[in-house]
Design a binder for this molecule. Structure first.
Ligand SMILES: [Zn+2]
Length: 197
């Protein structure tokens, strides 16, 4: 076997850490970078550096943003009486694409998973309670997975004692699916047909 130069080997290893990227794909990507011009490769490196330097979390909703508060929280046209609780920032992007929702978000930064040792203190849950003053409805838009259901149950109990309406996305979202991957039409229907819990 012909040995791969060390620096190229390192790049392949970095790519294998990407989700869904196996050894072969990682190798293809690394060779692609190698074939790039110097400018193209630097542009990739700069883009990676820039997301780490510029993006932080909104202090209100915990969504990813380049300024605080984020564009959604800062938008005076958004409906401040509705809060949609999601697992992560990719879910915000998916729901925004439906154009069905005009309220605010709250990004948990994960889901409750007692078996993996992820408890309420590991998520942005306390922050929800601090935002309830003007909120009339909280929509729980966690994935229909075991962790998503566990989280929704926990939040329902917590929020019901706070005098706020709690609703969940309508069924029709297949069990085990991911909010971020559901097609826009299905997600829009699930939002529209949300049920009070
Ligand atoms: Zn925000």
């Amino acid at each position: 076997v012909q040995s791969i130069p060390e620096s190229l080997q390192k790049l392949i290893e970095e790519f294998t850490r990407f989700p869904g990227v196996g050894r072969k794909t990682a190798q293809r990507l690394a060779f692609h970078v190698l074939k790039n011009t110097r400018e193209e490769a630097e542009s990739l490196a700069n883009a990676i550096r820039a997301v780490k330097e510029k993006i932080s979390h909104c202090s209100q909703c915990h969504n990813i943003t380049e300024r605080d508060p984020c564009e959604i929280c800062a938008d005076p046209k958004r409906d401040r009486s509705v809060l949609c609780v999601v697992e992560d920032a990719m879910d915000v992007i998916a729901i925004e694409k439906t154009s069905e929702y005009r309220g605010l978000y709250h990004v948990l930064g994960g889901l409750l998973s007692p078996l993996d040792g992820v408890g309420p203190d590991d998520l942005n849950i306390q922050g929800i309670e601090d935002r309830l003053e003007d909120v009339k409805e909280v929509i729980l838009a966690t994935n229909p997975s075991v962790e998503g259901e566990t989280t929704a149950h926990y939040l329902t109990k917590l929020l019901k004692s706070k005098n706020v309406n709690v609703s969940r996305l309508a069924r029709g979202i297949p069990m085990g699916s991911d909010v971020e991957y559901i097609d826009e039409a299905t997600l829009a229907r699930a939002l529209e047909g949300r049920v009070t819990v």
